[in-house]
Design a binder for this molecule. Structure first.
Ligand code: GLN
Length: 480
């Protein structure tokens, strides 16, 4: 078995055809991932025991002739901001370096109920704040495509594991681009579903009104299967949606002929030349498949970065106040008073980017600045969302680049937070509007660096998005 190339259907065929048992596959997947990890640092923790126990359950189902779940035996990496019972969950932060959750997130619970195998926890930027994975307290992740480059962030480990072939699929989280941007940098498929489509229960909160859990995979079909298995209403997350979950994977084959696609003109300035070329070549493929393409405008796009960095910092400054040394994780020793204990714990436990954002957030929420910053940003978020509502009255989907440039060198942007923030310029809008969006590989630069094309559709139209991506992948020949 070539473990690095497996897909969900190949795992299923292998199990049912008795080429391997789930325990054999899991044993080999753990061995391979652990041997490869020093190259990329994609995993922070391996969950051998839990993985082998889950695999034994799948083998018992096969032996008993019971029907298998859609993820039966599939080795999966889960970003380390998604909690896992009895398996360390650090959020790539020193402050949670010893945190072992007493419960499972809904996404992980559903993934295992579907037969999936939790291989381990994927490295990421600290508390999912970053665009390069260089903000991890446990070292950066290297891009398997070019080891001197970043894998993107914040779900850098999730994308690197899939690109490297140490996981068949993975879960990431996306607040402003953190699934799509690393997927595009590593040459994978990355999906941010509609806000509320997947329960956030057990996702450590960064900016609650923007946080999403979503899949990363090699072929589009695997993301469709994984999303289908984890999506749907969860009474433990009041913002989870009750709309029925379609069988995304079953709908991939439908034609895209006649679909109307829009190219928002604001997304095509300031692109690295080769990125622009790859996206336009991708658009030509979609035209050949029978889609009608037109240009349109999302007029408030230029305000998106500023809006995002006001709203996300405001929310995170409140969400991260729970990490105070009293209830979770690491406590700084040798403090004389309670307030010293808080200050020392937070001062030592959080990295520089997290501290910068907590201060920014406290500032935009403070008396006197709340109206000027926070309230205004909420209004602009509404305008940005209306841009999408208007666009989706004219077209079925939008096609844009994911990132203005391909993977950059490790260290290249660390000293310039504004440059780093600008790398999410084309992903942040979809997150603010809560619409489904994904990155699909659309070729590489002359240097061999992957470029990702973004597809966005209206709320809960993941089926249309997946169909476009799948038909494009087939026609473009980018299937892994
Ligand atoms: N790069 C963006 C940030 O640093 C997005 C992160 C994310 O989506 N989690 O906030």
């Amino acid at each position: 078995m070539n473990i690095a190339k497996l897909t969900i259907p190949a795992v299923r065929d292998g199990l049912l055809g008795k080429q391997f048992s789930a325990v054999e596959l899991t044993t080999e997947a753990l061995r391979f991932a652990q041997a490869e990890n020093p190259k990329t640092n994609a995993y922070l923790t391996f969950s051998d025991q839990r993985a082998l126990a889950a695999a034994a359950r799948v083998d018992a189902q096969i032996a008993a002739g019971q029907p298998l779940g859609p993820l039966a035996g599939v080795p999966i990496a889960v970003k380390d901001v998604i909690v896992t019972k009895d398996v360390k969950t650090t959020c790539a932060s020193k402050i949670l370096s010893n945190y072992i959750p007493p419960y499972d997130s809904t996404a992980v619970e559903r993934l295992e109920a579907a037969g999936g195998i939790l291989l381990g926890k994927a490295n990421c930027d600290e508390f999912a704040m970053g665009s390069s994975n260089e903000n991890s307290a446990f070292g950066p992740v290297r891009n398997p495509v070019a080891l001197d480059r970043v894998p993107g962030g914040s779900s850098g480990g999730s994308a690197a594991a899939v690109a490297q072939g140490t996981a068949v699929v993975s879960l990431g989280s996306d607040t402003g681009g953190s699934i799509r941007q690393p997927a595009s940098f590593c040459g994978c498929v990355g999906v941010t579903p509609t806000y509320g489509r997947v329960s956030r229960y057990g996702l450590v909160a960064f900016a609650s009104s923007l946080d999403h859990i979503g899949p990363v995979s090699r072929p589009v079909a695997d993301s469709a299967t994984l999303l289908g298995a984890i999506a749907g209403r969860d009474p433990r997350d009041a913002t989870s949606a009750s709309q029925p979950v379609p069988d995304y994977a079953a709908l991939l084959g439908d034609s895209v002929q006649g679909l109307k696609l829009g190219l928002p003109k604001e997304y095509f300035s300031n692109l690295a030349p080769e990125t622009g070329d790859r996206i336009m070549a991708g658009v030509e493929v979609l035209k050949k498949l029978g889609c009608a393409v037109s240009e349109l405008s999302l007029p408030h796009t230029e305000y998106a970065i500023a809006t995002y960095y006001i709203l996300c910092t405001a929310e995170l400054s409140a969400n991260l106040s729970r990490f105070d040394g009293a209830r979770y994780g690491v406590r700084s020793p040798n403090s004389q008073t309670l307030s010293d204990m808080y200050k020392n714990t937070r001062g030592e436990g959080f990295g520089a980017e997290v501290k910068r954002r907590i201060m920014l957030g406290a500032y935009v929420l403070s008396h006197g600045y709340y109206d000027a910053f926070y309230r205004k940003a909420q209004k602009v978020r509404r305008l940005l969302t209306e841009d999408f509502t208007n666009a989706f009255q004219q077209v079925d989907a939008l096609i844009t680049p994911v990132s203005p440039f391909p993977a950059f060198k490790i260290g290249e942007k660390v000293n310039d937070p504004i440059q780093m923030y600008l790398s999410d310029i084309y992903t942040i809008t979809g997150s603010l509007a809560g619409v489904p969006c994904m990155s699909v590989p659309c070729g590489t630069t002359a240097e061999g660096l992957p470029v990702g094309m973004q597809i966005l559709t209206k709320h809960f139209a993941e089926d249309v998005m997946f169909r476009l991506a799948h038909q494009y992948e087939k026609a473009g020949g980018f299937t892994a």
